[in-house]
Design a protein around this ligand. Structure first.
Ligand code: LRH
Ligand code: MN
Length: 430
């Protein structure tokens, strides 16, 4: 496997931090042992945790107002893979990449698959895109895609999704995520039921094109780009559609796709209970679909999501939702944000494993609300950073990924290799 960053730089970085880490690790081991918990078991669990990186996340993101490109922007899917490889080399928690088509459509899928494998990377769910028009596209998606009133538009959108499945198969992916921005901006603009009937008709054709071992993830979103009615606006509609389509169809929860203060962990519990929890797009937000770094605004919510996943896993040990990041890095180095975000999701996973579920169940049974809440808070308040760092170290990563990355000069190196985009700032998320 070719490392994008010089492994000796990582070793040199770790050697400086090792003694401190071992001291912090031993101290935490003591705290956990007093609670009857084995730090080694938790570190082993942390080492098995993995979250996929979005290919579109390693470039600088933007908003509808502007996008201000950073230095050394990746110009194609191969340079995106290089950056994704750095993230995995240092965190050891991001072995797969989620691609978006046509943004990442390769000339030669086999070459892309080999290049990724050579960098220790594989491919998670692929994403279709019928929320933009591509150059030379016959029919516009301005008035919808899978729900469009005109049959030829729907057929084009269905065919695009079938092409994504074929490409994903060639790349070794096992799932297709379908998010459509379809909806209306004005009451009366379209028939609400008719739009969903057309969506289901289109999705049945896509579902029929799924290989037996594939999954189809339906991603709901409350609003944007539609600002009055979004066809797949909430988990209920997504759940109804996934149920109508069949066992290979499940629901994907993007944390930023809900109204402020929505109890997202309860949505997770519901979807898990009914066997339709397919996966996640992790990010954080304060207002809308802000696509901010995971755990950067509301880390307690992220913990509560993993607390529900840990509870669900007790009931269905085979539960394996797809974990993916979906973020837009407008003002930070995307590599740093993705490394920190992967660690924050891993942190919530480990903190959820710290919850004393026997004590919690007893407090719930006794209606001791205070102690029940404190049982969760104790796990959330536990600083598991030494476990995350030790997991990285033992898996060949960096004790402090961002510090190691900055010391490596990788961004300077790629900035020299990849000419900066000049001219007026464009707009849009990528
Ligand atoms: C829509 C979304 C979807 C992606 C896109 C990049 O807001 O979350 O998952 O296709 O962002
Ligand atoms: Mn998403």
């Amino acid at each position: 496997m070719t490392s994008v960053m010089d492994a000796s730089q990582v070793a040199a970085h770790n050697s400086k931090l090792l003694a401190q880490l071992e001291a912090d690790y031993a101290a935490l081991a003591g705290v956990l042992a007093r609670r009857g918990q084995d730090i080694e078991a938790l570190t082993a669990q942390a080492r098995h945790f993995a979250v996929a990186v979005p290919s579109w996340g390693v470039g600088t993101g933007g908003t509808r107002f502007a996008r201000f490109p950073g230095r050394g922007e990746p110009r194609n899917v191969f340079e995106k893979l290089d950056d994704c490889a750095v993230i995995h080399q240092l965190t050891r928690a991001t072995p797969t990449v989620s691609l978006h088509f046509p943004w990442d459509r390769p000339e030669d899928a086999a070459e892309l698959r080999e290049t990724a494998a050579a960098r220790g990377l594989g491919f998670d769910a692929v994403n279709s895109n019928t929320f933009q028009d591509q150059a030379g596209q016959q029919h516009s998606y301005k008035f919808g895609s899978l729900t469009a009133g005109r049959l030829e538009v729907r057929e084009q959108a269905v065919q695009h999704n079938l092409d994504c499945i074929a490409l994903g198969q060639a790349l070794g992916s096992k799932a297709l995520t379908v998010w459509v921005g379809d909806g209306a901006n004005f009451p009366g603009q379209h028939n609400l039921r008719g739009a969903l009937e057309r969506y289901l008709d289109s999705m049945r054709q896509i579902y029929a094109g799924l290989p037996d071992d594939w999954s189809l993830f339906i991603e709901h979103k409350l609003f944007e780009p539609a600002f009055y009615a979004t066809t797949i606006a909430d988990w209920g509609t997504s759940f109804a559609c996934a149920t109508a389509l069949g066992s290979k169809a499940r629901c994907l929860v993007d944390l930023g796709h809900h109204a402020p203060n929505t109890n997202i962990e309860m949505i997770v519990a519901r979807l898990a209970q009914f066997g339709k929890l397919g996966g996640f797009h992790f990010n954080d937000s304060k207002y809308g679909d802000d696509d901010l770094d995971s755990g950067s605004i509301n880390p307690f919510q992220l913990f509560l999501v993993f607390n529900e996943l840990a509870d669900a896993a007790l009931r269905e040990p085979g539960l394996r939702p797809a974990y993916m990041l979906d973020q837009s890095h407008n003002v930070t180095d995307p590599i740093e944000s993705l490394m920190s975000s992967a660690a924050e999701v891993q942190r919530a996973y480990v903190q959820a494993a710290l919850v004393d579920r026997t004590a919690l169940a007893a407090h719930q049974q006794d209606n001791d609300a205070h102690q029940a809440a404190q049982t969760l808070k104790q796990a959330f308040r536990t600083d598991v950073s030494p476990i995350l760092a030790m997991a990285r170290l033992r898996s060949g990563g960096a004790i402090d990924p961002v510090a190691c990355y900055r010391a490596s000069g990788y961004r300077d190196r790629v900035a020299a290799q990849r000419p900066a985009r000049t001219g007026a700032s464009s707009s849009g998320i990528v």
